[in-house]
Design a protein around this ligand. Sequence first.
Ligand code: COA
Length: 185
Amino acid sequence: MDGTTLRTPRLSLRQVGDGDVDRILEYRNLPEVTYWLLRTEVEPAAFRAAWRRAADDPDDHSRAVVLDGLVIGTVSLDVLDGMGQPGMPTRTEAQLGYIFDPAHGGRGYATEAVTAMVGYAFTRLGVRRITAGCFADNLASVRVLEKVGMRREQHGVGDSWHAERGWVDGYTYALCADAWPAPPR
Ligand SMILES: CC(C)(COP(=O)(O)OP(=O)(O)OC[C@H]1O[C@@H](n2cnc3c(N)ncnc32)[C@H](O)[C@@H]1OP(=O)(O)O)[C@@H](O)C(=O)NCCC(=O)NCCS
């Protein structure tokens, strides 16, 4: 990543440093946080090592979301190749993810931070398409994606395994650069 700090009216999005990991771990393994994640509970040492690797990975643009000096969440953006025949421009697609501290939930912070990351990906990173997946019943996540203006492109019936619920439906959302900025919903 290029280390740029992104700013919104209330938040800044900056690179995750070693010193942030303990703070992120204060909420990352809470049951209400892990409930809808594919990677449920994380082991602290492996989690710290993964953030160190992310900082050195040019395709990883994840950032900590900071409110008044406190990290309240993370937004991940991994740039990758889409599908295509030989000659396809590389590194034009990105996968989006986000995890926020529930103590700060429901105040629009995730939407604000994700909107900033999407704008950055389209305008600064040259990404042309962004995708995000979620469990269909993760209503807060669905709402964030729709508020950001992403389009539901796939409803996978019974395609996703949930440890407590069994096979459940999953959604894939996407947005292309030529549809950005998307009208608010
Ligand atoms: C999903 C998550 C990022 C949302 O964070 P947040 O800061 O509360 O998000 P926002 O405040 O920007 O928006 C949340 C929206 O979801 C809605 N919402 C929250 N819980 C809901 C529920 N149970 N049913 C319906 N809507 C719900 C809120 O009302 C709000 O919509 P509104 O602005 O139209 O009222 C946060 O809950 C989280 O980190 N969850 C755990 C990890 C996770 O699921 N990550 C996504 C994996 S795909």
